[in-house]
Design a protein. Structure first.
Ligand SMILES: [Zn+2]
Length: 137
């Protein structure tokens, strides 16, 4: 019998496995995530869409209790989502491009408590850092 290895994440590194869904307002086209109301016009008419999974690390505004690896990421579609950034800490800073690597999940930890695991993104080192983020919003 061959030993069966179980990698923590799917071995295939493509964007095929990881998914991130956001919401787009049917009225004003504002994008958001995990909301019941549009933050711009308060409409409840939000439609779920799948993100391309590419974004840029945004300035961090979390308190000291947040893990060092957790950053807000502004996705190409315009919404900002809290993500765990998988990369060397010195390379992770606002303006760095990232790509979705693992889907957000809700997991039950021993003891029965339910916790939300933030989506995981990886640095796209080969990508240029300027371009489409400028002048948006
Ligand atoms: Zn709206």
């Amino acid at each position: 019998m061959e030993p069966v290895s179980r990698p923590e994440w799917p071995a295939d590194d493509g964007a095929g496995e990881a998914e991130l869904f956001f919401q787009r307002c049917s009225w004003c086209r504002t994008t958001t995530i995990r909301r019941l109301l549009c933050p711009a016009c308060w409409s409840t008419d939000l439609v779920a869409e799948r993100s391309e999974g590419v974004g840029v690390v945004a300035p961090r505004r979390y308190g000291p209790t947040t893990p060092e690896t957790v950053w807000p990421v502004r996705m190409r579609e315009g919404f900002v989502v809290r993500c765990r950034v998988d990369g060397p800490p010195h390379a992770v800073r606002p303006g760095v491009r990232v790509r979705l690597a693992a889907t957000a999940a809700t997991i039950t930890v021993p003891g029965g408590r339910i916790v939300r695991r933030d989506p995981v993104v990886r640095l796209c080192e080969e990508a240029a850092l300027d371009g489409w983020t400028r002048g948006v919003g």
